[in-house]
Design a protein around this ligand. Sequence first.
Ligand SMILES: Nc1ncnc2c1ncn2[C@@H]1O[C@H](COP(=O)(O)OP(=O)(O)O)[C@@H](O)[C@H]1O
Ligand SMILES: [Mg+2]
Length: 304
Amino acid sequence: MELLNNEIECMNTVIANRYKIIEKKGQGSIGYVYKGLNLFNEELVAIKFELYDTKFKLLKHETKICKYLENFSMFPSIKWSGIFSKYRYTVFELLGISLEDLLKREQKLQLDLVYIIANQAIDSIQCIHEQNIIHRDIKPDNILINYNKICLADFGTSKIFNGQKSTSYISTRYYRAPECILENEFYDMSIDIWAMGCVFAEILLGKPLFIGTNNSDQLYKIFKILGFPNKEILKTLNPDLDLNNKSIINETSNKLHEIFKDIIMPNHFYTVISSMITLNRYREKPENILKKTFFHDLKIENIL
Ligand SMILES: Nc1ncnc2c1ncn2[C@@H]1O[C@H](COP(=O)(O)OP(=O)(O)O)[C@@H](O)[C@H]1O
Ligand SMILES: [Mg+2]
């Protein structure tokens, strides 16, 4: 989205009384995020400025969800929000660099930081899932890091889970769970586990694990690594798939471990990743992931 000069002007008039814009921090799907200064208390903030129209209204519950999560420190707190004309302004506490930018800068992360990110990431998912919230857009761009503390951000397309059907055209493609790619509208929290598994893999590889050029290529890239599923597994991913008269490549061998064979990683981390990136859509729950040896060993070594 390109901002026109008069739009920037309009934004400035709305918030100028309260905040001074310092610099651009990031760009999202339908807007920009700026670093700003609260003129009353000199607090640094992040101001999200987005186009707000009825098309996005349905998707954008961010303010509501962040308010719901405000007692937890692992999510950004909202300081102020308002709608002016076709724009919405949301002022958040200022957080650090995104994992996306950190990976671009560092290529590979120190193993201690990998431990810390993994632990806090699963804690955050456990917390939102306990509140019945599905994030639906977990990716490195939406994980912000501040002095070894991570924050799961961007609840712009999150949803309170109610078992009802939801749009399957959700998440960013590289992190989209196979059941969503197959247009199953009755997915659940486990799409976040898939996406976070992909993020963990990316932290080790320095690039996304499944780089599909479109929805079907994305599925192909996933199957090439996890194995081409038989009809039973395909049916669990989407019971409405019409598989009659379809020839199915049945190559079930899982080659995920081959991808990581030359990669230096913390002990037992692969077990965590492989339990999250599964074609079985009933993936492990966060509380069970946290019981794995990887996290257990860390507590003994006092890293966490
Ligand atoms: N509270 C914040 N502090 C610092 N940077 C932020 C903050 N919120 C967002 N950003 C930056 O802006 C980018 C876009 O914000 P995000 O909330 O993900 O918007 P979108 O819904 O448009 O993707 C993020 O990837 C991050 O780089
Ligand atoms: Mg985002």
